[in-house]
Ligand binder design. Structure first.
Ligand code: BES
Ligand code: MN
Ligand code: ZN
Length: 492
Protein backbone atom coordinates (compact mmCIF):
# COMPACT_ATOMS: atom_id res chain seq x y z
CA UNK A 1 0.00 0.00 0.00
CA UNK A 2 1.28 3.45 -0.88
CA UNK A 3 0.70 5.93 1.92
CA UNK A 4 0.62 9.65 1.08
CA UNK A 5 3.16 11.90 2.80
CA UNK A 6 1.61 13.67 5.77
CA UNK A 7 2.78 17.26 5.83
CA UNK A 8 3.16 18.88 9.22
CA UNK A 9 2.07 22.45 9.84
CA UNK A 10 3.97 24.84 12.08
CA UNK A 11 3.47 28.47 13.00
CA UNK A 12 5.56 30.98 11.09
CA UNK A 13 8.83 31.62 12.88
CA UNK A 14 11.45 33.32 10.75
CA UNK A 15 14.18 32.28 13.18
CA UNK A 16 13.82 28.65 12.00
CA UNK A 17 14.66 29.50 8.39
CA UNK A 18 18.42 29.79 8.67
CA UNK A 19 18.82 26.27 10.11
CA UNK A 20 16.26 24.48 7.91
CA UNK A 21 17.67 21.32 6.28
CA UNK A 22 17.09 20.04 2.75
CA UNK A 23 15.12 22.46 0.65
CA UNK A 24 13.22 25.66 1.36
CA UNK A 25 10.29 26.86 -0.73
CA UNK A 26 8.88 30.37 -1.04
CA UNK A 27 5.99 31.81 -3.06
CA UNK A 28 6.41 35.00 -5.05
CA UNK A 29 3.58 36.60 -7.04
CA UNK A 30 3.96 37.92 -10.59
CA UNK A 31 4.63 41.44 -9.26
CA UNK A 32 7.68 40.15 -7.41
CA UNK A 33 6.74 41.40 -3.93
CA UNK A 34 8.32 39.36 -1.14
CA UNK A 35 6.34 38.48 2.00
CA UNK A 36 7.93 38.38 5.46
CA UNK A 37 9.37 34.86 5.12
CA UNK A 38 10.65 35.44 1.58
CA UNK A 39 12.25 38.68 2.74
CA UNK A 40 14.04 36.75 5.45
CA UNK A 41 15.41 34.28 2.90
CA UNK A 42 16.40 37.20 0.70
CA UNK A 43 18.23 38.95 3.51
CA UNK A 44 20.08 35.80 4.58
CA UNK A 45 21.13 35.11 0.98
CA UNK A 46 22.26 38.74 0.58
CA UNK A 47 19.69 39.69 -2.01
CA UNK A 48 19.91 36.58 -4.21
CA UNK A 49 16.13 36.05 -4.17
CA UNK A 50 15.42 39.62 -5.28
CA UNK A 51 17.89 39.23 -8.16
CA UNK A 52 16.32 35.94 -9.23
CA UNK A 53 12.84 37.45 -9.13
CA UNK A 54 13.96 40.53 -11.10
CA UNK A 55 15.50 38.35 -13.80
CA UNK A 56 14.14 37.20 -17.15
CA UNK A 57 13.70 33.59 -16.08
CA UNK A 58 11.19 34.45 -13.38
CA UNK A 59 9.28 36.79 -15.70
CA UNK A 60 8.85 33.94 -18.20
CA UNK A 61 7.61 31.42 -15.62
CA UNK A 62 3.97 30.32 -15.78
CA UNK A 63 1.81 30.60 -12.66
CA UNK A 64 2.51 27.59 -10.42
CA UNK A 65 5.96 26.92 -11.93
CA UNK A 66 9.27 27.40 -10.13
CA UNK A 67 13.02 28.07 -10.26
CA UNK A 68 15.68 26.87 -7.86
CA UNK A 69 18.36 28.96 -6.22
CA UNK A 70 21.03 26.37 -5.42
CA UNK A 71 23.25 26.44 -2.34
CA UNK A 72 22.26 29.86 -1.02
CA UNK A 73 24.89 31.47 1.18
CA UNK A 74 24.36 31.88 4.91
CA UNK A 75 21.72 29.12 5.22
CA UNK A 76 21.90 25.42 5.87
CA UNK A 77 19.38 24.60 3.12
CA UNK A 78 20.70 23.11 -0.12
CA UNK A 79 18.41 25.20 -2.24
CA UNK A 80 15.45 27.54 -2.33
CA UNK A 81 12.56 26.73 -4.66
CA UNK A 82 11.01 30.01 -5.76
CA UNK A 83 7.44 29.32 -6.90
CA UNK A 84 5.52 31.88 -8.90
CA UNK A 85 2.09 32.07 -7.28
CA UNK A 86 -0.42 34.78 -6.44
CA UNK A 87 -1.00 35.27 -2.69
CA UNK A 88 -4.65 34.32 -3.35
CA UNK A 89 -4.39 31.50 -5.88
CA UNK A 90 -7.33 29.49 -7.17
CA UNK A 91 -7.52 25.82 -6.13
CA UNK A 92 -6.02 24.56 -9.40
CA UNK A 93 -2.99 26.88 -9.36
CA UNK A 94 -2.30 26.18 -5.69
CA UNK A 95 -2.33 22.43 -6.32
CA UNK A 96 -0.16 22.77 -9.44
CA UNK A 97 2.34 24.78 -7.39
CA UNK A 98 2.43 21.93 -4.87
CA UNK A 99 2.95 19.36 -7.64
CA UNK A 100 5.75 21.45 -9.18
CA UNK A 101 7.44 21.63 -5.81
CA UNK A 102 7.16 17.87 -5.28
CA UNK A 103 8.87 17.18 -8.60
CA UNK A 104 11.71 19.62 -7.87
CA UNK A 105 12.33 18.47 -4.32
CA UNK A 106 12.41 14.73 -5.07
CA UNK A 107 13.02 12.77 -1.89
CA UNK A 108 14.67 15.63 0.00
CA UNK A 109 13.16 17.15 3.09
CA UNK A 110 11.48 20.53 2.55
CA UNK A 111 10.18 23.46 4.54
CA UNK A 112 7.49 25.39 2.70
CA UNK A 113 7.21 29.01 3.77
CA UNK A 114 3.59 30.00 3.22
CA UNK A 115 3.06 32.89 5.64
CA UNK A 116 -0.42 34.20 4.90
CA UNK A 117 -0.68 32.46 1.49
CA UNK A 118 -4.30 31.45 0.83
CA UNK A 119 -5.02 27.77 0.12
CA UNK A 120 -1.81 26.39 1.62
CA UNK A 121 -3.79 23.15 2.16
CA UNK A 122 -4.28 22.88 -1.62
CA UNK A 123 -0.53 23.32 -2.16
CA UNK A 124 -0.11 20.46 0.32
CA UNK A 125 -2.60 18.27 -1.60
CA UNK A 126 -0.90 18.95 -4.95
CA UNK A 127 2.40 18.04 -3.31
CA UNK A 128 1.07 14.82 -1.80
CA UNK A 129 -0.60 13.69 -5.04
CA UNK A 130 2.58 14.16 -7.11
CA UNK A 131 4.86 12.34 -4.66
CA UNK A 132 3.10 9.01 -5.43
CA UNK A 133 5.29 6.11 -6.57
CA UNK A 134 4.20 2.53 -7.19
CA UNK A 135 7.25 0.56 -6.10
CA UNK A 136 5.81 -2.50 -4.36
CA UNK A 137 7.37 -4.85 -6.90
CA UNK A 138 10.95 -3.62 -6.98
CA UNK A 139 13.30 -5.77 -4.95
CA UNK A 140 15.43 -2.72 -4.18
CA UNK A 141 14.23 -0.89 -1.08
CA UNK A 142 12.48 2.38 -2.03
CA UNK A 143 13.81 5.69 -0.73
CA UNK A 144 11.27 7.31 1.57
CA UNK A 145 10.05 10.73 0.56
CA UNK A 146 11.52 13.39 2.86
CA UNK A 147 9.53 15.15 5.56
CA UNK A 148 7.43 18.14 4.47
CA UNK A 149 6.80 21.06 6.80
CA UNK A 150 4.46 23.91 5.97
CA UNK A 151 5.13 27.11 7.88
CA UNK A 152 1.88 29.09 8.01
CA UNK A 153 0.53 32.06 9.98
CA UNK A 154 -2.80 30.44 10.92
CA UNK A 155 -1.98 26.83 11.76
CA UNK A 156 -5.40 25.84 13.14
CA UNK A 157 -7.36 26.79 10.03
CA UNK A 158 -4.91 25.31 7.54
CA UNK A 159 -4.57 22.08 9.50
CA UNK A 160 -8.35 21.46 9.40
CA UNK A 161 -8.60 22.04 5.67
CA UNK A 162 -5.49 19.94 5.10
CA UNK A 163 -6.98 17.01 6.96
CA UNK A 164 -10.00 16.87 4.60
CA UNK A 165 -7.52 17.07 1.71
CA UNK A 166 -5.50 14.26 3.27
CA UNK A 167 -8.58 12.08 2.93
CA UNK A 168 -8.66 12.91 -0.78
CA UNK A 169 -5.01 11.89 -1.18
CA UNK A 170 -5.75 8.63 0.69
CA UNK A 171 -8.56 7.81 -1.74
CA UNK A 172 -6.56 8.72 -4.85
CA UNK A 173 -3.62 6.57 -3.70
CA UNK A 174 -5.93 3.65 -2.98
CA UNK A 175 -7.30 3.88 -6.53
CA UNK A 176 -3.85 4.21 -8.09
CA UNK A 177 -2.47 1.22 -6.21
CA UNK A 178 -5.41 -0.95 -7.31
CA UNK A 179 -5.11 0.16 -10.95
CA UNK A 180 -1.32 -0.26 -11.07
CA UNK A 181 -1.38 -3.70 -9.47
CA UNK A 182 -0.74 -6.59 -11.92
CA UNK A 183 -3.55 -9.09 -12.47
CA UNK A 184 -1.71 -12.02 -10.90
CA UNK A 185 -1.64 -10.05 -7.65
CA UNK A 186 -4.97 -8.26 -7.86
CA UNK A 187 -7.24 -11.25 -8.44
CA UNK A 188 -10.96 -10.89 -7.79
CA UNK A 189 -10.38 -12.37 -4.32
CA UNK A 190 -7.51 -10.04 -3.46
CA UNK A 191 -9.54 -7.06 -4.73
CA UNK A 192 -12.49 -8.03 -2.52
CA UNK A 193 -10.15 -8.47 0.48
CA UNK A 194 -8.74 -4.97 0.00
CA UNK A 195 -12.28 -3.59 -0.05
CA UNK A 196 -13.25 -5.50 3.09
CA UNK A 197 -10.33 -3.73 4.77
CA UNK A 198 -12.30 -0.44 4.42
CA UNK A 199 -14.42 -1.69 7.33
CA UNK A 200 -11.85 -0.31 9.74
CA UNK A 201 -12.81 3.18 8.49
CA UNK A 202 -16.47 2.50 9.23
CA UNK A 203 -17.58 1.32 5.78
CA UNK A 204 -19.96 -1.66 5.79
CA UNK A 205 -18.70 -4.15 3.20
CA UNK A 206 -20.61 -7.11 1.83
CA UNK A 207 -19.13 -9.61 -0.65
CA UNK A 208 -21.60 -11.47 -2.87
CA UNK A 209 -20.09 -14.76 -4.07
CA UNK A 210 -20.99 -16.68 -7.25
CA UNK A 211 -23.79 -18.74 -5.67
CA UNK A 212 -25.47 -15.56 -4.42
CA UNK A 213 -25.07 -13.93 -7.85
CA UNK A 214 -26.64 -16.98 -9.49
CA UNK A 215 -29.48 -16.80 -7.00
CA UNK A 216 -30.01 -13.16 -7.98
CA UNK A 217 -30.08 -14.15 -11.64
CA UNK A 218 -26.99 -12.21 -12.72
CA UNK A 219 -26.48 -14.27 -15.88
CA UNK A 220 -25.00 -11.33 -17.73
CA UNK A 221 -22.23 -10.62 -15.20
CA UNK A 222 -21.54 -14.30 -14.54
CA UNK A 223 -21.01 -15.24 -18.19
CA UNK A 224 -17.99 -12.89 -18.33
CA UNK A 225 -16.10 -14.65 -15.54
CA UNK A 226 -17.09 -18.20 -16.39
CA UNK A 227 -13.88 -18.90 -18.32
CA UNK A 228 -11.65 -17.82 -15.45
CA UNK A 229 -10.37 -19.75 -12.43
CA UNK A 230 -10.93 -16.62 -10.33
CA UNK A 231 -14.46 -16.49 -8.92
CA UNK A 232 -16.70 -13.59 -9.93
CA UNK A 233 -17.84 -11.35 -7.10
CA UNK A 234 -19.92 -8.26 -6.44
CA UNK A 235 -18.73 -6.15 -3.54
CA UNK A 236 -21.10 -3.66 -1.91
CA UNK A 237 -19.67 -0.86 0.24
CA UNK A 238 -22.00 1.31 2.30
CA UNK A 239 -20.97 4.62 3.82
CA UNK A 240 -24.00 5.91 5.71
CA UNK A 241 -22.73 9.21 7.09
CA UNK A 242 -25.93 11.11 6.25
CA UNK A 243 -29.44 11.11 7.73
CA UNK A 244 -30.75 7.72 8.78
CA UNK A 245 -33.33 6.49 6.27
CA UNK A 246 -32.30 8.83 3.43
CA UNK A 247 -31.84 6.96 0.13
CA UNK A 248 -28.17 6.79 -0.84
CA UNK A 249 -26.31 7.93 -3.92
CA UNK A 250 -24.91 4.93 -5.82
CA UNK A 251 -21.49 4.54 -7.45
CA UNK A 252 -21.00 1.50 -9.66
CA UNK A 253 -17.68 0.31 -11.08
CA UNK A 254 -16.47 -2.09 -13.78
CA UNK A 255 -13.92 -4.35 -12.15
CA UNK A 256 -12.52 -6.59 -14.87
CA UNK A 257 -9.24 -7.54 -13.20
CA UNK A 258 -7.88 -8.64 -16.58
CA UNK A 259 -9.48 -8.41 -20.02
CA UNK A 260 -8.03 -10.82 -22.57
CA UNK A 261 -11.13 -10.30 -24.69
CA UNK A 262 -12.17 -13.91 -23.96
CA UNK A 263 -12.89 -16.08 -27.04
CA UNK A 264 -12.95 -12.82 -29.06
CA UNK A 265 -9.29 -12.67 -28.01
CA UNK A 266 -7.45 -9.36 -28.15
CA UNK A 267 -4.21 -9.05 -30.18
CA UNK A 268 -1.01 -9.61 -28.14
CA UNK A 269 0.40 -6.09 -28.59
CA UNK A 270 -0.56 -3.96 -25.63
CA UNK A 271 -2.69 -6.64 -23.99
CA UNK A 272 -0.74 -6.10 -20.77
CA UNK A 273 -2.51 -2.75 -20.44
CA UNK A 274 -5.74 -4.62 -19.68
CA UNK A 275 -4.53 -5.00 -16.12
CA UNK A 276 -6.16 -1.56 -15.66
CA UNK A 277 -9.57 -2.77 -16.83
CA UNK A 278 -10.79 -2.65 -13.24
CA UNK A 279 -10.23 1.13 -13.22
CA UNK A 280 -13.91 1.96 -12.72
CA UNK A 281 -14.09 -0.26 -9.64
CA UNK A 282 -10.80 1.28 -8.49
CA UNK A 283 -12.28 4.78 -8.57
CA UNK A 284 -15.41 3.68 -6.70
CA UNK A 285 -13.15 2.15 -4.04
CA UNK A 286 -11.08 5.34 -3.80
CA UNK A 287 -14.13 7.57 -3.42
CA UNK A 288 -15.54 5.34 -0.67
CA UNK A 289 -12.22 5.52 1.14
CA UNK A 290 -12.13 9.33 0.90
CA UNK A 291 -15.74 9.71 2.09
CA UNK A 292 -15.08 7.47 5.08
CA UNK A 293 -11.73 9.07 5.90
CA UNK A 294 -13.27 12.54 6.01
CA UNK A 295 -16.49 11.28 7.62
CA UNK A 296 -18.71 12.73 4.89
CA UNK A 297 -22.25 13.57 6.00
CA UNK A 298 -23.82 11.67 3.15
CA UNK A 299 -25.23 8.23 2.36
CA UNK A 300 -23.28 6.66 -0.49
CA UNK A 301 -23.16 3.06 -1.62
CA UNK A 302 -20.37 1.78 -3.85
CA UNK A 303 -20.88 -1.42 -5.86
CA UNK A 304 -18.26 -3.14 -7.98
CA UNK A 305 -18.49 -6.15 -10.26
CA UNK A 306 -15.24 -8.11 -10.04
CA UNK A 307 -14.57 -10.63 -12.82
CA UNK A 308 -11.77 -11.86 -15.06
CA UNK A 309 -12.37 -12.21 -18.81
CA UNK A 310 -10.44 -15.32 -19.97
CA UNK A 311 -10.73 -17.76 -22.88
CA UNK A 312 -11.16 -21.39 -21.86
CA UNK A 313 -13.29 -24.46 -22.40
CA UNK A 314 -15.90 -22.92 -20.10
CA UNK A 315 -15.78 -19.45 -21.55
CA UNK A 316 -18.83 -17.72 -22.98
CA UNK A 317 -18.92 -17.97 -26.80
CA UNK A 318 -19.87 -15.43 -29.46
CA UNK A 319 -23.49 -16.18 -30.25
CA UNK A 320 -24.40 -17.35 -26.74
CA UNK A 321 -27.57 -15.87 -25.27
CA UNK A 322 -27.61 -14.96 -21.57
CA UNK A 323 -30.31 -13.63 -19.27
CA UNK A 324 -29.67 -10.57 -17.11
CA UNK A 325 -30.95 -10.01 -13.59
CA UNK A 326 -33.44 -7.54 -15.05
CA UNK A 327 -34.80 -10.42 -17.15
CA UNK A 328 -33.77 -9.06 -20.55
CA UNK A 329 -31.89 -11.50 -22.78
CA UNK A 330 -28.59 -10.59 -24.43
CA UNK A 331 -26.92 -12.11 -27.48
CA UNK A 332 -23.18 -12.02 -26.84
CA UNK A 333 -21.79 -11.12 -30.27
CA UNK A 334 -18.34 -10.18 -29.02
CA UNK A 335 -16.95 -11.53 -25.76
CA UNK A 336 -14.58 -8.53 -25.64
CA UNK A 337 -17.54 -6.20 -25.05
CA UNK A 338 -17.69 -7.62 -21.52
CA UNK A 339 -17.71 -4.52 -19.33
CA UNK A 340 -21.29 -3.64 -20.23
CA UNK A 341 -22.36 -7.21 -19.41
CA UNK A 342 -20.90 -6.82 -15.93
CA UNK A 343 -22.37 -3.36 -15.35
CA UNK A 344 -25.86 -4.31 -16.59
CA UNK A 345 -26.42 -6.60 -13.61
CA UNK A 346 -24.69 -4.43 -11.00
CA UNK A 347 -26.65 -1.33 -12.10
CA UNK A 348 -29.89 -3.28 -11.86
CA UNK A 349 -29.01 -4.71 -8.47
CA UNK A 350 -28.10 -1.23 -7.16
CA UNK A 351 -31.51 0.14 -8.13
CA UNK A 352 -33.50 -2.84 -6.86
CA UNK A 353 -31.66 -2.88 -3.56
CA UNK A 354 -31.29 0.85 -2.80
CA UNK A 355 -33.59 2.98 -5.00
CA UNK A 356 -30.72 5.48 -5.12
CA UNK A 357 -31.33 9.24 -5.52
CA UNK A 358 -28.74 9.17 -8.27
CA UNK A 359 -26.33 6.70 -9.80
CA UNK A 360 -22.97 7.10 -11.50
CA UNK A 361 -21.08 4.24 -13.08
CA UNK A 362 -17.44 4.30 -14.11
CA UNK A 363 -15.81 1.95 -16.58
CA UNK A 364 -12.83 1.56 -18.86
CA UNK A 365 -15.51 0.62 -21.35
CA UNK A 366 -14.43 1.34 -24.91
CA UNK A 367 -11.32 1.92 -26.99
CA UNK A 368 -13.54 4.16 -29.11
CA UNK A 369 -13.70 6.83 -26.38
CA UNK A 370 -9.90 7.17 -26.71
CA UNK A 371 -10.31 7.74 -30.44
CA UNK A 372 -12.93 10.40 -29.72
CA UNK A 373 -11.52 12.24 -26.71
CA UNK A 374 -7.91 11.04 -26.35
CA UNK A 375 -6.43 11.01 -22.86
CA UNK A 376 -7.64 14.49 -21.89
CA UNK A 377 -11.30 13.84 -21.13
CA UNK A 378 -13.52 11.06 -19.92
CA UNK A 379 -16.80 10.58 -21.81
CA UNK A 380 -19.90 11.68 -19.89
CA UNK A 381 -23.20 10.05 -20.88
CA UNK A 382 -26.35 10.85 -18.96
CA UNK A 383 -30.14 10.71 -18.86
CA UNK A 384 -30.31 13.79 -16.61
CA UNK A 385 -29.01 17.27 -17.46
CA UNK A 386 -29.00 18.56 -13.88
CA UNK A 387 -26.84 15.71 -12.61
CA UNK A 388 -24.59 15.81 -15.67
CA UNK A 389 -24.04 19.56 -15.29
CA UNK A 390 -23.34 19.23 -11.57
CA UNK A 391 -20.75 16.57 -12.35
CA UNK A 392 -19.12 18.61 -15.14
CA UNK A 393 -18.84 21.53 -12.73
CA UNK A 394 -17.17 19.39 -10.05
CA UNK A 395 -14.79 17.86 -12.59
CA UNK A 396 -13.87 21.36 -13.84
CA UNK A 397 -13.13 22.61 -10.33
CA UNK A 398 -10.92 19.57 -9.74
CA UNK A 399 -9.05 19.81 -13.07
CA UNK A 400 -10.31 16.41 -14.16
CA UNK A 401 -11.22 16.44 -17.87
CA UNK A 402 -14.78 15.39 -18.68
CA UNK A 403 -16.84 15.93 -21.83
CA UNK A 404 -20.55 15.32 -22.40
CA UNK A 405 -21.43 12.91 -25.20
CA UNK A 406 -24.80 12.51 -26.97
CA UNK A 407 -27.25 9.63 -26.61
CA UNK A 408 -30.46 8.84 -28.51
CA UNK A 409 -32.86 6.27 -29.92
CA UNK A 410 -31.12 5.92 -33.27
CA UNK A 411 -27.99 4.74 -31.50
CA UNK A 412 -30.01 2.39 -29.34
CA UNK A 413 -31.50 0.82 -32.48
CA UNK A 414 -27.99 -0.43 -33.39
CA UNK A 415 -28.34 -2.94 -30.53
CA UNK A 416 -31.26 -4.89 -32.08
CA UNK A 417 -30.65 -8.64 -32.17
CA UNK A 418 -32.19 -11.30 -34.40
CA UNK A 419 -32.43 -13.86 -31.58
CA UNK A 420 -32.59 -11.97 -28.25
CA UNK A 421 -33.80 -8.70 -26.67
CA UNK A 422 -30.51 -7.06 -27.58
CA UNK A 423 -26.95 -7.80 -28.66
CA UNK A 424 -23.92 -6.60 -26.75
CA UNK A 425 -22.32 -4.59 -29.58
CA UNK A 426 -23.69 -2.07 -32.03
CA UNK A 427 -21.04 -2.16 -34.75
CA UNK A 428 -18.15 0.23 -35.37
CA UNK A 429 -19.95 3.58 -35.73
CA UNK A 430 -20.30 5.46 -32.41
CA UNK A 431 -18.89 2.54 -30.41
CA UNK A 432 -18.77 4.46 -27.13
CA UNK A 433 -22.32 5.73 -27.52
CA UNK A 434 -23.85 2.33 -28.31
CA UNK A 435 -22.05 1.00 -25.20
CA UNK A 436 -23.75 3.76 -23.19
CA UNK A 437 -27.11 2.92 -24.80
CA UNK A 438 -26.64 -0.69 -23.74
CA UNK A 439 -26.10 0.42 -20.13
CA UNK A 440 -29.10 2.76 -20.23
CA UNK A 441 -31.32 -0.25 -20.92
CA UNK A 442 -30.53 -1.29 -17.34
CA UNK A 443 -31.26 2.13 -15.82
CA UNK A 444 -34.79 2.91 -14.65
CA UNK A 445 -36.08 6.13 -16.29
CA UNK A 446 -36.64 7.69 -12.86
CA UNK A 447 -33.01 7.18 -11.76
CA UNK A 448 -30.77 10.18 -12.55
CA UNK A 449 -27.72 8.47 -14.03
CA UNK A 450 -24.30 9.13 -15.50
CA UNK A 451 -21.99 6.72 -17.26
CA UNK A 452 -18.34 7.77 -17.25
CA UNK A 453 -16.19 6.05 -19.87
CA UNK A 454 -12.71 6.39 -18.37
CA UNK A 455 -10.77 4.13 -20.79
CA UNK A 456 -8.61 7.09 -21.87
CA UNK A 457 -7.93 8.68 -18.48
CA UNK A 458 -7.59 5.91 -15.89
CA UNK A 459 -3.95 5.15 -16.70
CA UNK A 460 -1.47 7.10 -18.84
CA UNK A 461 1.81 6.32 -20.60
CA UNK A 462 3.10 9.82 -19.77
CA UNK A 463 3.24 11.69 -16.51
CA UNK A 464 0.56 14.29 -15.83
CA UNK A 465 0.29 17.32 -13.55
CA UNK A 466 -0.56 15.30 -10.44
CA UNK A 467 0.66 11.78 -11.21
CA UNK A 468 3.65 9.93 -12.59
CA UNK A 469 3.18 7.48 -15.50
CA UNK A 470 0.51 4.86 -14.86
CA UNK A 471 -2.68 5.09 -12.82
CA UNK A 472 -4.03 8.63 -12.36
CA UNK A 473 -6.90 8.14 -9.92
CA UNK A 474 -9.01 10.24 -12.31
CA UNK A 475 -12.49 10.84 -10.88
CA UNK A 476 -11.88 10.44 -7.17
CA UNK A 477 -11.55 14.19 -6.69
CA UNK A 478 -14.48 15.10 -8.95
CA UNK A 479 -16.85 12.57 -7.37
CA UNK A 480 -15.82 13.51 -3.86
CA UNK A 481 -16.55 17.14 -4.67
CA UNK A 482 -19.84 16.30 -6.39
CA UNK A 483 -20.98 14.61 -3.20
CA UNK A 484 -19.59 17.31 -0.91
CA UNK A 485 -21.24 20.12 -2.88
CA UNK A 486 -24.59 18.49 -3.70
CA UNK A 487 -25.39 15.49 -1.54
CA UNK A 488 -24.12 16.33 1.88
CA UNK A 489 -26.09 17.44 4.92
CA UNK A 490 -24.93 20.99 5.70
CA UNK A 491 -22.70 21.29 8.76
CA UNK A 492 -24.62 22.50 11.88
N1 BES B 1 -11.58 -2.91 -21.71
C1 BES B 1 -11.88 -2.67 -23.07
C2 BES B 1 -11.83 -1.18 -23.45
C3 BES B 1 -10.50 -0.50 -23.32
C4 BES B 1 -9.69 -0.31 -24.42
C5 BES B 1 -10.09 0.01 -22.12
C6 BES B 1 -8.49 0.34 -24.31
C7 BES B 1 -8.88 0.68 -21.99
C8 BES B 1 -8.08 0.84 -23.09
C9 BES B 1 -13.28 -3.19 -23.40
O1 BES B 1 -13.69 -4.27 -22.66
C10 BES B 1 -13.26 -3.61 -24.82
O2 BES B 1 -12.56 -4.52 -25.13
N2 BES B 1 -14.03 -2.91 -25.65
C11 BES B 1 -14.11 -3.21 -27.02
C12 BES B 1 -15.55 -3.15 -27.42
C13 BES B 1 -15.81 -3.72 -28.80
C14 BES B 1 -15.58 -5.20 -28.81
C15 BES B 1 -17.23 -3.40 -29.16
C16 BES B 1 -13.29 -2.17 -27.76
O3 BES B 1 -13.26 -1.02 -27.36
O4 BES B 1 -12.64 -2.54 -28.74
MN1 MN C 1 -13.06 -6.13 -23.52
ZN1 ZN D 1 -12.82 -4.52 -20.80
Amino acid sequence: MTTPVTPSFITTDIDLIKEAQGMLAIFVPEAGTLDTTAKRVNRLSRGAIARLVDGDGFAKLDEGKAMVLAYPSNMEAEGVVVIKLSRRPDVGSARKAGATLAKMVGSKEVMVLCGNLRRAEEVALGYALRVYEFNDHFTKEATDPGAVKFMVNDVATVRDAASANGAVADGVFFTRDLVNEPANVLTTTEFADRLVALEKLGVTVKVLEEDALEELGMGSLLCVGQGSDSPSKVVVMEWMGGEVGDAPFALVGKGVVFDTGGISLKPAGGMEDMTMDMGGAGVVAGVMKTLAARKAKSNVVGLVGLVENMPSGNAVRPGDVVTSMKGDTIEVINTDAEGRLVLADVLWYAQEQYEPIGMINLATLTGAIIIGLGHENAGVFSNNDALANAFLKSAGLEDEGAWRMPMGKAYDDQLKSRVADMKNVGGRPAGSITAAQFLERFVKPETPWIHLDIAGVASLKTESDFAPKGATGWGVRALNRLIADNFETPQP
